[in-house]
Design a protein around this ligand. Structure first.
Ligand code: ADP
Length: 353
């Protein structure tokens, strides 16, 4: 095969490919490879183009022994750092380098590692507190019933925190597992709202919150999964109670079905607005990340796990719906969920086909 033929063949391959000739110069490369290591490299020694020692060693070995090798290559494309796995194979003309982009895999690995580190950190804090109190109960507070009572209350609180965390982690993994299956059932949002509110009564009382409900949906149904939508409504109202104004009002609106451009279909909005401190604009985009908190101290104080909105976001994605968060600092926060209207069995069949 001539270098010209190799070049034209390489142009049909989407991944970066480089052919190094017997004289150790670059004989052919395709455009993705030019974007990765720079243009005008043909005819130059491969060391000039590929300056990473680990890769250079492996190429040398393939050229010497004819054995295939693997190496990593760190690239920088369009201001983004990329990671490639390079397969180096011997061929009659010299050596062929094929680059596979592994950036996404590495990102997922990093997200997993961060997640495990976060979970461990979240569990360690209450565990450390519990061990400390056990020691105190065995030692200094051994015969002090008043202190014992106080410590047991705190221990109960810390155990509750761990239970909530584990419950939220399980919810998150359940929602993730079902992520690709689209829910199909008709769900009447008014019913979901009233059931959720009755479960939240103790929390609402504790926060001194009054509800102002404006339900204009007239019993219309959305397409959804009842339990998951209960969780969405629960988490949003719970947050409004936790972060809203003490003894304030939580305004909940369910709109009538109207065309929603964001869904490109008819939708119903459920809007939860509180009168609290609100959220600064630079936090808004990150609120649905796992363990992201605007004020960690406040979140822990009110029993937050940092997972509530991550769960909401996953459920909303599964429902092919939208979550919109608006806030003017000092004037409260507005969380809107836009869900597709259930338009009867026939219409549903059409929309799913
Ligand atoms: P948490 O368990 O900490 O409440 P969430 O995922 O539910 O976790 O919320 C993430 C963060 O978003 C909270 O820690 C809080 O800082 C902020 N937040 C959520 N809802 C509101 C709200 N209604 N008003 C102000 N801040 C809020």
């Amino acid at each position: 095969m001539t270098p010209e033929l190799a070049s034209s063949l390489f142009e049909t391959i989407p991944m970066p490919i480089i052919l190094i000739g017997a004289d150790q110069t670059i004989v052919a490369m395709n455009q993705p490879a030019e974007r990765l290591v720079g243009g005008h490299m043909r005819g130059r020694h491969y060391i000039t183009a590929l300056r990473q020692p680990n890769l250079l060693d492996k190429i040398e070995r393939t050229i010497e022994t004819g054995e295939a090798q693997h190496a990593r290559y760190l690239g920088r494309e369009a201001e983004r750092e990329t990671i490639y796995q390079v397969q180096i194979s011997s061929c009659p003309l010299g050596a062929v380098l094929a680059f596979t982009d592994k950036t996404a895999d590495e990102d997922i690995g990093q997200i997993r590692r961060d997640f495990v580190a976060n979970v461990s950190h979240e569990l360690r804090t209450p565990l450390t507190a519990l061990s400390g109190f056990i020691e105190t109960l065995r030692g200094p507070a051994k015969s002090d019933p008043i202190a014992q009572d106080r410590f047991l209350t705190i221990m109960d609180h810390e155990a509750g925190r761990m239970t909530r965390l584990v419950d939220d982690l399980l919810s998150l993994s359940r929602v993730e597992a079902e992520g690709r299956v689209r829910p199909k059932e008709p769900v009447v949002l008014s019913n979901v709202l009233s059931e959720t509110i009755s479960n939240l009564e103790p929390l609402l009382d504790q926060a001194g919150a009054t509800l102002d409900i404006n339900d204009q949906s007239n019993g219309a149904a959305v397409v959804g999964d009842t339990n998951q939508l209960r969780q969405v409504v629960n988490n949003l109202i719970e947050n409004a109670a936790k972060y809203g104004k003490r003894d304030g009002t939580i305004h909940i609106t369910i709109t009538p079905p109207t065309h929603e451009p964001q869904l490109r279909a008819d939708g119903i909005r459920l809007v939860v607005r509180d009168e609290g401190q609100g959220i600064a604009p630079h936090h808004l985009a990150r609120l649905t990340e796992r363990f992201y908190r605007v004020d960690s101290h406040r979140s822990r104080e009110v029993g937050g796990t940092g997972l509530g909105l991550a769960i909401v976001k996953h459920i909303i994605n599964r429902h092919r719906s939208r979550l919109q968060i608006d806030s003017v600092e000092g004037e409260g926060a507005v969380f809107s969920v836009i869900l597709p209207v259930f338009a009867g069995k026939d219409a549903l069949k059409d929309s799913l086909s």
